[in-house]
Write a protein that binds this ligand. Structure first.
Ligand code: ZN
Length: 162
């Protein structure tokens, strides 16, 4: 399992729902949690490790979770714009606008339904990861002017990845 870097086509694909919750799936989740920890990340989506699965792991307030088939609903229109990075776009930091409060409905590693209300940083993390499962990256959420500024950097990352 390795982290895919910007330019890898799977980072632009919409992940398939997970339907089988078995021992093999649990192993994948455990491996992703380990990968995230090794990379000192706070979130990692399955598509980022080349897996076409609607799944991400996230570290929310020191606890590491796996969310399967996640669905997000904003709980208010209030947003916040803060700098974000992404393990798949190393070295790039951009200001991204996110909802301040969201409801996350998902399944856990065994397929049990979970529902959480999240605010601030945890809310930001799950929005970033849910974006990955739709093939959306932080660079899609910034003004085109900002994107032009990092175009050279992105091209370099893409070339290194190939
Ligand atoms: Zn990311």
């Amino acid at each position: 399992m390795s982290i895919k870097i910007y330019g890898a086509p799977i980072l632009r694909s919409k992940a398939k729902p997970v339907t089988e919750f078995n021992a093999q799936f649990e192993r994948i989740v455990a491996e992703m949690k380990q990968k995230m920890a090794e990379a000192s990340g706070v979130g990692l989506a399955a598509t980022q490790v080349g897996l076409d699965m609607s799944l991400f792991v996230a570290k929310l307030d020191e606890e590491v979770y796996a969310f399967v088939n996640p669905e997000l609903t904003p709980l208010s229109t209030e947003t916040e714009t803060t700098e974000e990075g992404c393990l798949s776009i190393p070295g790039v930091w951009v200001d991204v606008q996110r909802y301040l409060k969201v409801r996350l409905r998902a399944q856990d590693v065994r397929g049990n339904r979970v529902e959480l209300e999240l605010e601030d940083f945890p809310a930001r993390i799950v929005q970033h990861e849910a974006d990955h499962l739709n093939g959306v990256l932080i660079i899609d959420r910034i003004p085109s002017e900002e994107r032009r500024k990092i175009a050279g950097q992105l091209e370099k990352i893409q070339h290194q990845a190939l």
